[in-house]
Write a protein that binds this ligand. Sequence first.
Ligand code: NAD
Length: 474
Amino acid sequence: MSEQFDVIVIGGGPAGYHAAIRAAQLGLKTACVDAWAGKDGKAALGGTCLNVGCIPSKALLDSSKQFWNLSHSFEVHGISASNPRIDVGMMVGRKEKIVKQFTGGVAMLFKANKIAAYFGQGRLLKDRQVEVIAADGSKQILAATNVIIATGSVPIELPFAKFDGKHIVDNAGALEFATVPRRLGVIGAGVIGLELGSVWKRLGSEVTILEAMSEFLTAADADIAKAAAREFAKQGLKIELGAKLARAEIKGNEVHLTYSGKEGGKQLVVDKLLVAVGRRAYSEGVIGDGTGVKLDERGRVSVDEHCWTGVEGVWAVGDCVRGPMLAHKGFEEGIAVAELIAGKAGHVNYDTIPWVVYTEPEIAWAGKSEAQCKAEGIPCKVGNFPFAAVGRAVAMNEPAGLVKVIAHAETDRILGVHMVGACVSELIAEAVVAMEFKGSAEDLARIIHAHPTLSEAVHEAAMAVDKRAIHKVN
Ligand code: NAD
């Protein structure tokens, strides 16, 4: 007889491990199947986020930021250092330690919550049975009342620039360079391209990002994207828009790129190439025959607004379903599904998901952009406030960027908040709370913000909606 559970989660990434822990907290007998192996070949829970995504990239972003500041911005504080050097091996080693701490932390939480962890590839079979295929090929069948598919996503590979793991790499490869590449090419000026491009630029690489779209960072509000692009240009990060890669050839230790730019055919030679053109849902081999679970045209598991697949007891969450590929969106879906299974009112508000790009300055937003409001015919009013007029930002020597608050022209309800500047990854939380409580720009304007803090930019931008910001001419 196969072992029976209340819940089996296939995938121990951000969406999956949140689902498993919440299900266990609610008293459900829970198992989680995950195949991710760490460098030691042992199970490494946490998926892309903990192993090769959010956390390791932030570790390198922080290390490289210290190095950049040491050589570029400490002088203004009267601090000088001669000949700063970076030990890439040590920096990568520090990142590895952080990854291990957190993947180990998930394993510990599983133990504490009595979640049965299975190490291997999980596959949904008929009648909510799950096959676990271990690395040595041995198989085991489990069964459950509910199965949650949380298999995540994988990088998209371009057929004319295939990953070789050495010269042409994905995000995971770009976290592992042994030395600073002299010339780094990046395909795609999206979140990964900008974040990892920034890491190596700060460490001394000559970075060129080729972006197919003719506009920069279209996901963000146009004013924010414009301000960010200006700062990246000042840092020497080259971003070429309207650049379509035709071919990437490895010749010796170089990668030769052929692409069409705004002025016609072009060539670029780099030492390493990072391809970051998006990710696709990982669903191959996950769903066995006759389960009734459907995939959509993009290979994502089809689900309704409650992450239900339409098959009794089968759910799917995170990157393998529709919606933005963000770890925190997966967290909330995992928690909501576990709560729904336990008979509670699990819910995800997709309208207030915050976005963050961890560049310098950081970029963050939640809700609609001004262009989206216009396209949807929603009358809106806008308040902007620059960090250059915020005492704390200037004292920190971080005056770049602005906060933009968009409110409904008639009701004053906040529709979107957009930011570029220092620490906006933290500031965006206030906007999300305000929007979650259906707050108005006036609500934000009347809330006391500590002085001197960066959060005053949010306060003043909310006041600017009503043309009553204090520290600027409205
Ligand atoms: P992305 O969708 O953010 O950006 C991909 C970019 O590549 C786009 O701008 C696209 O126009 C461009 N592009 C596509 N094909 C191209 C081509 N042939 N030539 C040139 N440009 C091309 O994808 P990503 O940066 O790879 O990130 C993958 C996913 O991971 C995203 O969904 C992202 O949200 C998520 N992620 C999030 C964070 C974060 O929240 N900070 C960090 C990393 C990754």
